[in-house]
Write a protein that binds this ligand. Structure first.
Ligand code: TMP
Length: 208
């Protein structure tokens, strides 16, 4: 059996973690070995970079430093976790990947998309997700959910306009890459979201 690289994307409070756990359980039930991981993070060094990026104390990185830190964490994560798992035939389910960089550092912060594409090629070579699941939700609902969860990190402190740009960034990537992207309406009830995810999983497995 060959491994597959699935990423889950979306704004804050869109239910990515719940979707990741559900997808992993379903794949395991059908006999696949699954690795659940996240970005930024997934290795001790990449988690330290995550802490630097998200925490509110100390010096905030400028936009270009933020972009390079995200890709530094990604290089480590790919080499230590993602590529070895895929080589072993495991399915890697990753909470965020480079599409988040296009949405957050590109569409929302305004860094040039060509610079992100160059870093993508440099760090990842040909590696791209086999499928991207976009949990799409209005920022108003997403931010209310994130606030209800507790203390907000550096990104979650951004205003609604920032999250409107994040959402538009994701939707424009989904439009440009329709074969890779599946959009799930994350405003639905949990059972309806699960039903949509089940359909996606069946589709992936039928091409296994
Ligand atoms: P999470 O808490 O939803 O896992 O995401 C952590 C934050 O990191 C989230 O606000 C988005 C941000 N992020 C970027 O800005 N660029 C990236 O490339 C990634 C992976 C995450």
């Amino acid at each position: 059996m060959s491994g597959r690289f699935i990423t889950i994307e979306g704004g804050e409070g869109a239910g990515k973690s719940t979707a990741q756990a559900y997808i992993a359980k379903k794949l395991e039930q059908s006999g696949h070995s699954v690795v659940c991981t996240r970005e930024p993070g997934g290795t001790p060094l990449a988690e330290a970079i995550r802490h630097t990026l998200l925490n509110l104390e100390g010096e905030a990185p400028i936009e270009m430093a933020e972009l390079l830190l995200v890709f530094a964490a990604r290089a480590q994560h790919l080499a230590k976790v993602i590529e070895p798992a895929l080589e072993k035939g495991q399915w890697v389910i990753c909470d965020r990947f480079t599409d988040a960089t296009f949405a957050y550092q590109g569409a929302a912060r305004g860094l040039p998309l060509e610079a992100i594409s160059k870093l993508e090629r440099l760090v990842q070579g040909e590696r791209r997700p086999h499928a991207v699941v976009l949990m799409d939700l209005s920022p108003e609902i997403g931010m209310a959910r994130a606030r209800a969860r507790g203390a907000l990190d550096r990104f979650e402190q951004e205003d609604i306009a920032f999250y409107d740009r994040v959402r538009a960034g994701y939707l424009s990537r989904a439009k440009a890459l329709p074969a890779q992207y599946s959009i799930v309406d994350a405003s639905q009830r949990l059972d309806a979201v699960r039903q949509d995810l089940s359909q996606l999983i069946d589709d992936w497995l039928s091409h296994d």
